[in-house]
Design a protein around this ligand. Structure first.
Ligand SMILES: Nc1ncnc2c1ncn2[C@@H]1O[C@H](COP(=O)(O)OP(=O)(O)OP(=O)(O)O)[C@@H](O)[C@H]1O
Length: 347
């Protein structure tokens, strides 16, 4: 009876779980799974007549980053994992809620949102307010590393210890989880975005070539590498604007250059993992030696980051099956299971 009742409730529920990320926003609908995954970008008008009216959201708006005409600007409302532009974040959340509910405006869902573990009270309030104003009936918060651990299928409620490293666009979250709680966590505001900025900066300084953030990200995703691999050096053609002549130019860049360009960010991530290991209580550290560390978030897809961490820590390192959706799936699983939710929700 209970199973049938739950299934019916699931079918008709409006409840959502949102991974409100710096780079991507994912929406999980109860009973359906992840139904939306779009870049956290909003294009708004800037001219006085249409000021702040939304022109595009998500993938369409991301296409416009760095290439908008004078009266439109493409904004990323999330910076370093938290809301930097309230009005725009609210417009984005509202758009996504309406999109997954097929634009039926009267639906006021209960929403669970994954937030970085280092988030301040003010930042928590900002996330809640934005979601409430965007139409949520009730907003529950869950820490990203906990959501990542649930999504990666780790046994969070057992008295064994699990370590998760979630590398997103704005933040890297390192957490040690045991018995349904976070025993230790550290949130570093260095992740994919700062790698992109470092790549653009390197190309500007070395070649006098200006490239946009989308190009820098594409370079990272194509030939980025965390571990020296001189036998397999890859090259890519990069298009940008010559700083001296002002004329568009193409040049070839190789993976070793990119590895060095992002080494400061990679070192910061490795250092944060090492500090977490040092601060983990001995009983739990013994579990990590056996169980290793799970990597999630889009940054986990950076080539050979697992290899580097394995070498630096001497521990088994695994990359979650779908690192880009782990947090959304974990938040959704919490939404689907009230016992998990009660255990892991934060206030
Ligand atoms: N193949 C890849 N190689 C390297 N980096 C990648 C790859 N695919 C995605 N990324 C990076 O992953 C990041 C996005 O990851 P994710 O969607 O998990 O972050 P987010 O949840 O939006 O951010 P945050 O958790 O910081 O709020 C981006 O910086 C993106 O460039």
């Amino acid at each position: 009876m209970n199973i049938i009742a739950n299934a019916i409730l699931g079918l008709f529920s409006n409840d959502l779980a949102i991974d409100l990320g710096t780079a991507n926003t994912l929406v999980f609908v109860k009973g359906k799974g992840v139904v939306l995954s779009e870049p956290s970008v909003v294009a708004v008008y800037t001219d006085t007549r249409h000021k702040n009216r939304v022109r595009a959201v998500g993938a369409e708006a991301k296409q416009m980053l760095g290439r908008t005409p004078g009266n439109i600007t493409a904004i990323r409302p999330m910076q370093d994992g938290v809301i930097a532009d309230f009005a725009v974040a609210e417009a984005m959340i509202r758009y996504f809620i309406q999109k997954v509910h097929n634009r039926r405006k009267f639906i006021r869902p209960r929403i669970i949102i994954a937030v970085p573990s280092g988030i301040t009270e003010v930042e928590k309030r900002a996330v809640k307010d934005s979601a409430e104003r965007a139409g949520a009936r009730e907003v529950l918060l869950l820490e990203e590393p906990m959501a990542a651990a649930i999504g990666a299928g780790l046994p969070i409620s057992e008295p064994t210890c699990n370590m998760v490293v979630d590398i997103g666009g704005g933040t890297t979250e390192v957490a040690v989880i045991s018995l349904g709680g976070i025993v230790y966590s550290r949130s570093l505001r260095v992740a994919g975005d700062k790698m992109d900025a470092a790549i653009a900066q390197y190309i500007k300084r070395k070649y006098n070539l200006l490239v946009g953030e989308r190009t820098a990200e594409m370079i990272k995703m194509t030939i980025g590498n965390a571990y020296p691999d001189e036998d397999n050096v890859e090259t890519i053609e990069v298009k940008g604007r010559d700083l001296v002549s002002g004329i568009p130019k193409i040049l070839a860049i190789d993976s070793e250059e990119i590895r060095l360009a992002i080494s400061e960010q990679i070192d910061a991530i490795v250092e944060t993992v090492k500090i977490a290991l040092e601060q983990t209580p001995p009983e739990l550290a013994a579990d990590i030696v056996d169980r290793g560390i799970v990597l999630t978030g889009g940054g986990a897809l950076l080539k050979n980051l697992d290899k580097l961490l394995r070498e630096e820590s001497g521990l088994p390192i695994t990359v979650a099956e779908n690192p880009l959706t782990t947090v959304a799936v974990g938040s959704g699983m919490a939404l689907d299971n009230i016992d998990i939710l009660k255990q892991v929700m934060i206030t």
